[in-house]
Design a protein around this ligand. Structure first.
Ligand SMILES: Nc1ncnc2c1ncn2[C@@H]1O[C@H](COP(=O)(O)OP(=O)(O)OP(=O)(O)O)[C@@H](O)[C@H]1O
Ligand SMILES: [Mg+2]
Length: 418
């Protein structure tokens, strides 16, 4: 693939052989790793889009290089995709790193000519989704992500940023190609199949019912409108549990001492609740797995992450509000309450959108896909039913506790335990 890639890109593609020379050519990296003493270079990209390498030097220091290609890595040069996504990731990392330094990987360098980011090596962390699939808890991660969304929501919005700075940041963050992927895959294709959907034969009726559910489709139209028009803050844009890395406290896999949101190439100015809903939707998916495996206690724990994330988000947002808005003249406490109430109800809507796309759409999750089909059937059905109920009940009592209860009931009622 690398050889083909070189032919298809108008800039040089990194290889394990060229990575050390590349680091040597970037003066900003001299203090991070010894380019003359690189012990190993591993390509670790388990993702679909980009090349990711980890380099280690003789004294054990590490560095990650992530390079965007002008196409989707998994598919190849036939699916073109702007490499400018690397710039969006770099700009989001830089700004989010200023607002929440402990909650994102540190960005060491960005090379706009070759679309390469040099990032802090987080090899001592694990991707949260795989840790969840292994039955681990990492308590504290959900709260950390709530604090992250709060810091970004406040700090990149008109509340926390000078209006002129925010306008130029917003202009630079317009990310049409990556947003179009979300508009298609998250908000449209689960309901209007473009030939990329798939489910188990046993779930075909569930997918058909979903697409024929007028209330659901109308709600997703509203969600899509909000996603495309409401430029509140510089979102992460793809904040599922596979975009979070966690590191446990030494000797205690149950608790976490470091949590980082990574892979922010979908970053753009959008509605704050989109990031919250992404987390909620993926917590429901983790709970569906636990229910399918017969572990009801774990399912309840996973659903409880919705409240933990929300409470930490709300507390963080209130604290930032009190600490100081850039211009409090017209942004009074009524506005704060209005925003929080709006976002809480919208988290149900975006959570529903994120759940269904992972069941019927193109990009699925290992939580569900690694279940044996007899168990997967009920888990998939439970997630789809939860989404359809969430859009109906979001305006009634929008507390996250209620969202969890709705999900818990439906997951239990639809489980097929083989
Ligand atoms: N800073 C890091 N330190 C250690 N490992 C990392 C780091 N960044 C990424 N990884 C590993 O590489 C994988 C791919 O990274 P990333 O998700 O950023 O790439 P991607 O090509 O954008 O993937 P996707 O298809 O999910 O968009 C991650 O799942 C993780 O396992
Ligand atoms: Mg990515």
């Amino acid at each position: 693939m690398t050889t083909d890639a070189a032919l298809e890109a108008p800039y040089e593609i990194l290889t394990p052989q060229s990575a050390a020379a590349y680091v040597r050519s970037r003066p900003g990296l001299a203090s991070r790793i010894d380019a003359d003493d690189i012990g190993s270079v591993r390509e670790i990209g388990d993702g679909n889009l980009n090349l990711v390498f980890v380099l280690t030097d003789g004294s054990g220091r590490g560095l990650v290089l992530k390079q965007a290609l002008p196409y989707v890595r998994l598919v190849g040069p036939s699916w073109r995709l702007t490499p400018d996504r690397a710039r969006h990731e770099a700009e989001a990392l830089r700004l989010h790193g200023q607002l929440a330094p402990d909650l994102v990987p540190q960005l060491y360098d960005y090379d706009p000519d070759r679309y390469v980011l040099a990032i802090e090596d987080l090899s001592d962390h694990r991707v949260w989704r795989t840790a969840l699939n292994d039955g681990l808890r990492h308590d504290g991660a959900a709260e950390a992500m709530g604090r992250y969304v709060a810091a970004v929501a406040f700090g990149t919005s008109v509340l926390g940023m000078d209006a002129a700075d925010r306008a130029s940041t917003l202009a630079a963050a317009v990310n049409p190609e990556l947003c179009l992927i979300t508009e298609d895959l998250v908000f449209t294709e689960p309901y209007v199949d473009a030939g990329r959907n798939s489910v188990l034969p046993a779930n075909e009726a569930d997918a058909a019912e979903l697409a024929a559910d007028r209330t659901m489709v109308d709600a997703m139209g509203q969600a899509k409108w909000t996603f495309m028009t409401r430029a509140e803050a510089l979102l992460h844009g793809d904040l599922h549990t596979g975009s979070v890395m966690v590191r446990a406290v030494d000797g205690d896999e149950g608790r976490v001492d470091s949590v980082r949101a990574f892979d922010s190439e979908f970053a753009f100015y959008g509605p704050v609740a989109f990031d919250l809903g992404a987390l909620w939707g993926n917590y429901v998916i983790a709970a569906a797995r636990a229910t399918a495996l017969g572990d009801d206690e774990r399912a309840a724990w996973a659903l409880g992450l919705c409240t933990r994330t929300w409470d930490a988000f709300e507390a963080g947002f209130r604290e930032a509000w009190t600490d100081g808005r850039v211009d409090p003249r017209m942004f009074g406490d009524d506005l704060r309450e209005h925003l929080l109430a709006t976002w809480r109800a919208e988290a149900w809507l975006f959570g529903a959108a994120k759940m269904t796309r992972r069941i019927v759409g193109l990009a699925k999750t290992t939580d569900i896909e690694t279940l044996p089909p007899p168990l997967r059937e009920g888990a998939a059905r439970g997630v789809l039913r939860t989404a359809r109920r969430w859009v109906r009940e979001r305006g009634v009592d929008s507390t996250p506790r209620r969202a969890e209860d709705v999900a818990g009931e439906l997951l239990a009622a639809t489980a097929t335990r083989g």
